[in-house]
Design a protein around this ligand. Sequence first.
Ligand code: 2AM
Ligand code: CA
Ligand code: CA
Ligand code: CA
Length: 258
Amino acid sequence: MTTEKLVIDIKGWLKEAADFIRSSLSSELSVSQKSGRTDLVTNIDEETQSLLIKRIKENYPDDQILAEEKGYDSLDSLSGRVWIIDPIDGTMNFVMEQENFCIMIAVFEEGIGKLGFIYDVMKDELYWGGKSLGVFLGDQQLTKPKDLGLAEGLLGMNAYMFGENIHSAREIGHASMGVRVSGCAGIELIEMLKGNHIGYISNLSPWDYAAGLVLLEEFDFTYSNIKGTALAFSGREYFLAAAPKAYQEIQARFLMNE
Ligand code: 2AM
Ligand code: CA
Ligand code: CA
Ligand code: CA
């Protein structure tokens, strides 16, 4: 199986899924709560996931799938080839703004990230790439951002963590050039890839970070659980990704002695 075929397939499915999501905006959404008032899912999240899973099963029937909705949200192991999918990342934005949401797809092999795709649906911008392939916006290859310190750049953050000062998020934010909150993990990761933000602090599940990690690695960003340990790829955990200089500084000044 060539990487090239995977890339062509995934780009086609993303286009199909994005057309479906955009066409859904003219009809009424069916919105329900998951864990609470601010944790939403819509019929379009579920139908988009079903569409992507259908395509994977038709083309790669032996692969494992980890995806946010409808009974695909855990796996026993990352062995073999694993697809990690967030059908709509930024569901609250999708419902409230009809923009600023992404589709994310990652392909892992034996636990190693091979391909990552983050598609900003309403801007029609696809950020994608892979291990040893580089990072692209559409057909254009991106260049690696500068390795800046904490005081030299903007930091994406989860609003709740900043507000409640979880893991010193407020102090870390104040030591940066400024805090930005998009409500969409995919968009925060895109801002890092573009060199607009030096880092991102949040509370995420595997489908929120899998595609982004493949791309961040290509640009030598550092990432981990906020405690500095490896991400577990199961359940939600506090997440820190940043340019190497900023990452070291955040760990040393704010997190090591917590
Ligand atoms: P989602 O829209 O796919 O759920 C918002 O802060 C970001 O965090 C979004 O990328 C959102 O992804 C993610 N997130 C993960 N778990 C969440 C939860 N329980 N409630 C709200 N956002 C969550
Ligand atoms: Ca969700
Ligand atoms: Ca998500
Ligand atoms: Ca989602």
